[in-house]
Design a protein around this ligand. Sequence first.
Ligand code: VG1
Ligand code: CO
Length: 540
Amino acid sequence: MEHATTPIAGQTPGTSGLRKKTRIFMAPHFLENFTQSIFDAIGGGAGKRFVLGGDGRFFNAQAIQSIIAMAQANGAAEVIIGRGGLLSTPAASHLIRSRGADGGFILSASHNPGGIEADFGLKYNGANGGPAPEAVTQKMAATSAGLTRYYKADGADVDLDTIGTTTRGQMQITVVDPVADYAALMESLFDFDAIAALFAGGFTMCFDAMHAVTGPYAHAILEQRLGARAGTVINGTPLEDFGGGHPDPNPVWAHELMARMSSPDAPDFGAASDGDGDRNMIVGRGAYVTPSDSLAVLAAGAHLAPAYAGGIAGIARSMPTSAAADRVAKALGVEMFETPTGWKFFGSLLDAGRVTICGEESAGTGSDHVREKDGLWAVLLWLNILAVRKLSVAELMADHWARFGRDHYARLDFEEVPSEAAHAMLADLGARIPTLAGTRVEGMQITAADVFAYTDPVDGAQSANQGWRIWFEGGSRAVLRLSGTGTQGATVRLYLEQYRPPDAAGSVEAAQVLAPLRAAVLALCDFQKHLGRTTPDVTT
Ligand code: VG1
Ligand code: CO
């Protein structure tokens, strides 16, 4: 049961758990070492109850069998597993909370592609259902660096396909329907009658599950419970390699959905979710909604859904997310928080009841119903708002901008660039940050610049170096940071935004509004010199 091992380099969790190439996770002792580091970092597994599931990508089932055997050998009392080893990230968060578990292991590399040559990941969520806070992930990394043994029971694989309870040594194994509890939670939050009436009235929708975990959830909730016509959900069967695609819901990777939404017979409403079901993309007929705007629209309209009828306590957004939600918070007279990137930073605010709605520019929105972002939740809140307001997506957006003005926004991703080049470029920028205010670049005046640091307002935890921010005359802002979810080289993210008040809002394209800002930042950082290019791989 006790196996000797040696530390394996590179076991430091990033923005959302540990992500590596699948073959690395499959290498001898790699998964075991990191899993044992988690058990050690949380004070052991003895007597504890854990939720366990993943997004169904290649190696999911095998990894689950290993973690079951390790939970048993670490003395756990129970593991609660989604049938077939499947659980979306928000459904896992809900199960941890509703079953009073001590924590949960979620196997996913989220929006990264899956397969033996692609990516795998493992994240640990605590008893509140949310991602382990930084202090705990730092402990996991430190433990992994000195690990000399792990505990793993021998024995045959557990049957993951039959709902019910069995035992292994001291440990109970409970296999549950991955969808049922989650669907019931959604029904408790939203006006399902109003949404069902919308569909019965001829409203059409296309939901692209991108061959990932949300397929079974979307079929059950949208088609079976709410009466959306059969065929509403496309790519609805989870595949180990997500059909060879990136399960990343943005206009680039969800091109099948985007093509449908701009075709002459486009449905009224389109949506997509990512590998593990925590992200969402919203698109109307010919009208893509940026995630930052979606957060603002959901916060402004949440009171139209039964769960939020009493109003919201506050809103939190990650720092690179646009200020659109800030305008809503101001209008509602509620608190607004700006946190570092990653859902773990919302947990303390949600637990303390300071905020109800949270979101990120990367297509993540959620509320206090779980402690993760939640793709289908966002889709259902959109449907609930549309059902009450009886507007199209384009009309709802026009209405929102007429009231609040518009935060034109773009994120440019420079992917898989050499790590040294990315670090050199940002070190160079970092060195100049203190002296940038008052200088001009490409004809634009810089008004302020800093390195974002965060102190959690609830528990005082501090996080430094969370991205570089530069403000320009006219109120535009640029943010640069390095991705913490990639598995190869470095990815530089450049976020651009420019506000235009209601009287100036209108049909101007974001790309046009942001062009001078984009040129200024590319020149300021000298992307050409450092990265050899000024064209991003993906713009969202
Ligand atoms: C990205 C996004 C971030 C998100 C994270 C996890 O991180 O930018 O907003 O929280 O992915 O999303 P990074 O460090 O690569 O920018 V996912 O759907 O795990 O789940
Ligand atoms: Co995800």
